[in-house]
Design a binder for this molecule. Structure first.
Ligand code: PMP
Length: 373
């Protein structure tokens, strides 16, 4: 009987050791992420006290600058790459290409580095140089091209598509037409719903590819059809007229104004003059126009009153949140997105000399926005 007993004791001791090992490992892993990609999404929702006080609404903003690549586009890059890997359209080690104002390029470069892929980004040379430097730092190649219209073969999107087509195994991420972009933001909407415990009454956003406003609008309206979705559109973009009048032309064109260039705004990443597959999915109730001056003043206001350092599209989104709050009246819960932080805008949107050159030096502490001085 001694042999079975010692066998049982040894097995018991072994099981105990196993248990101790697993629980020690679990304790060690508590709060430890498996890698940088695990940190994408689930961003905090910040109550913006000053804007809430100004409007009598509760203005909440999702802190997308806290994604590891520094912008909302991390969500999209990860979704595009994961779907392509799952469907066998991309293999580890292969090339990912994209044409982008920059943020998606930074995010794709990060995701590619984390997953062992190569990455080649084409961006217009008038976008902030910080983004090109970041893409380069992640080990991707970056080509800056003269800003041209989408029908031109040298448009970043067309260059990126061509490189992918001529490189075996390469993936053209195609954020404008690839609906993985919109699918990434179904989760953003789900997070907003959960974080507000279903109290959200309005969502406001600018649109570049349209992925954000599409995914979030579909996700929120599926949970509560009464949630209102508003577009905030910068100068030079045609989406305001698309929402208001069903036609695609810029309001400057409609008013007979001459533009310095087709995309006459300093807000990088939002505004577009073509209909994309992702924007086509959006369910939008109404639209507002925002000026560059309002965005600049909002950015300064948030810096001084909240210690919040946001990029140009995030500032424009907050302009939109204020316009939505005023349209709805006091007492509403209005949510928007802080797409990225100010760091990557130091050479332009947060550069006083550049703003002076553009005639956009802030004149007041919120007067442009109609705030009480
Ligand atoms: N803000 C920034 C900084 C961006 O790069 C983009 C995307 N181009 C947007 C906002 C707009 O988001 P979406 O493409 O989902 O419309």
């Amino acid at each position: 009987w001694i042999a079975p007993l010692s066998l049982a004791l040894a097995a018991g001791a072994g099981a105990m050791l196993c248990y101790l090992y697993v629980s020690a490992v679990n304790r060690l892993n508590d709060g430890v992420s498996k890698g940088v990609l695990d940190l994408i999404g689930n961003t905090p929702l910040i109550r913006i006290a000053s804007l809430s006080e100004e409007t009598g609404c509760e203005i909440l903003a999702k802190a997308e600058m806290l994604n590891p690549g520094g912008s909302v586009k991390d969500r999209v890059a990860l979704q595009i790459v994961r779907e392509a890997l799952r469907e066998g359209r991309l293999q580890p080690g292969s090339l990912i290409t994209e044409g982008t104002a920059g943020s998606t390029g930074v995010s794709l470069a990060m995701v590619a580095a984390a997953l062992g892929c190569r990455c080649s980004i084409i961006m217009p040379d008038d976008a902030a140089v910080e983004k090109a430097n970041m893409i380069h730092a992640y080990g991707a190649t970056v080509q800056r091209v003269r800003p041209v219209s989408i029908v031109h073969p040298d448009h970043p999107v067309n260059v990126a598509r061509r490189i992918a087509a001529s490189t075996p195994g390469a993936l053209f991420a195609d954020q404008f037409e690839n609906e993985a972009n919109y699918r990434a933001h179904l989760k953003t909407g789900e997070e907003i719903w959960r974080q507000t415990r279903g109290r959200v009454q309005a969502f406001v956003s600018g649109a570049g590819t349209g992925g954000t406003i599409a995914g979030v609008s579909v996700s929120l309206k599926a949970r509560n059809p009464r949630v209102k979705v508003f577009l905030i559109d910068p100068p030079g973009s045609s989406l305001f007229n698309k929402v208001k009048r069903g036609v695609m032309y810029t309001y400057e064109e409609a008013e007979g104004k001459r533009l310095r260039n087709p995309f006459d705004t300093i807000t990088e990443g939002i505004g577009i003059n073509r209909l994309t597959a992702n924007f086509g999915k959006a369910v939008i109730d109404d639209a507002f126009r925002g000026t560059d001056r309002e965005a600049v003043e909002m950015a300064q206001f948030l810096l001084r009153n909240e210690g919040l350092w946001v990029g140009s599209s995030a500032a424009m989104n907050c302009v939109g949140a204020v316009k939505a709050a005023r349209a709805l009246g006091p007492g509403h819960v209005v949510v928007t997105l802080l797409c990225d932080g100010g760091h990557r805008h130091l050479s332009k949107f947060h550069n006083p000399e550049y703003l002076a050159q553009m005639g956009l030096t802030p004149l007041s502490k919120g007067r442009e926005l109609g705030f009480v001085a």
